[in-house]
Design a protein around this ligand. Structure first.
Ligand code: ADP
Ligand code: NA
Length: 324
């Protein structure tokens, strides 16, 4: 059986991009693979966090995984820091990672903006992420498009380690969706939807209420034509709406384009909002129930044990071949 690993950071508001590019795609995988889904709280520390808030967000993100349909009996759901192998493997992999490789990461360049006062953790984070994946001998990693470069680094590190120290790691393959792998900001469809966006109008939060969702879609930036076509280069706003609609309804973009032939943008916006609301409603209800019981803390405790048992062998092998 194939092994799958993926993670999400417990920071800010989880948004529709995280959901359509990653979380939603995790759910069917639990049926076909041995899967590990992680709340990557160590990654969240790369920028300053309020400790209480981080702890709370970690449990909330785990609740969202479950609310979205993840079954903790089928998949292993855990918090990264609860399995100490992650921090340990992260360090060992930093010692086979080159400064030049990390300097080329576009996400670091974007997030640091050339500033010297960002943390060293923000810089070395891709090595920690490589460890997350390699510890479980993952074959596949479902992620959004923005993680492609980090995945390539994880593969390079695995290959280098295997060459230098002998066969240790499975080389992981990224699994990036055809549609929805890069959901764009509603206020600026030239850039991806992001938690760290300056404006609330950029993203749809997974816990956002109906009224606000409708309002944001109605104001979504499109273009001055009135022709519903899928063309991400020339018509990023309209294409983004079509992508969102397509991933949720399962209808190909081509079919949707035909359905909306001759209709106005207003129509497409209102319908997209409605589809999103119906998709999120049961998740929001389930999330509210789950966060009232304390069962998620239990799920995480069990998940940490399963995760640790699964990564034990790789961890021991890494240390042995490296001389520890
Ligand atoms: P963020 O990038 O929002 O800070 P994470 O780094 O925790 O969030 O990413 C969680 C997952 O969501 C990753 O697989 C990432 O590729 C995916 N993702 C993030 N933003 C988008 C987006 N706008 N469209 C599609 N997928 C996305
Ligand atoms: Na990301």
């Amino acid at each position: 059986m194939a092994r799958v690993f993926s993670g999400m950071q417990p920071t800010g508001n989880l948004h529709l991009g995280n959901y359509l590019g990653a979380l939603k795609r995790f759910i069917p995988l639990q049926e076909e693979a041995e899967s590990f889904f992680c709340v990557v709280d160590l990654h969240a520390l790369t920028v300053p966090r309020d400790p209480e808030d981080l702890r709370k967000k970690t449990v909330e993100l785990a609740a969202l995984y479950v609310a979205a349909g993840l079954d903790p009996e089928k998949a292993t759901l855990f918090a990264q820091s609860h399995n100490p192998h992650h921090a340990e493997a992260g360090w060992l992999l930093q010692c086979v990672t080159r400064m030049g490789e990390l300097s080329r990461m576009t996400q670091f360049k974007d997030k640091s903006q050339g500033s010297d006062s960002v943390t060293a953790g923000l810089f070395t984070y891709p090595a920690l992420m490589a460890g997350d994946i390699l510890l479980y001998q993952a074959d596949e990693v479902p992620v959004g498009e923005d993680q492609k470069q980090h995945l390539e680094l994880a593969r390079d590190l695995a290959e280098r380690f295997n060459r230098q120290y002998g066969e240790t790691f499975t080389i992981p393959e990224p699994r990036i969706g055809e549609t929805g792998a890069r959901i764009m900001g509603l206020d600026n469809p030239e850039k991806k939807m992001s938690k760290s966006a300056a404006s609330e109008a950029n993203f749809i939060g997974l816990l956002e209420d109906e009224k606000s969702i409708v309002k944001k879609f109605k104001r979504a930036v499109t273009d001055s034509e009135n022709d519903i076509r899928y063309d991400p280069e020339k018509k990023p706003g309209v294409s983004n709406l079509l992508s969102i609609m397509s991933v949720i309804t399962g209808k190909p973009v081509q079919t949707l384009t035909e359905e909306y032939q001759g209709k106005g943008y207003g129509h497409l916006k209102v319908d997209t909002a409605e589809v999103v609301i119906q998709e999120l409603k049961p998740i929001q209800e389930r999330f509210r129930e789950l966060t009232q019981t304390g069962e998620i803390e239990e799920v995480l405790a069990k998940g940490a044990e399963k995760a640790r048992a699964a990564s034990e062998k790789t961890m021991a092998r890494m240390k042995e071949v490296m001389g520890l």
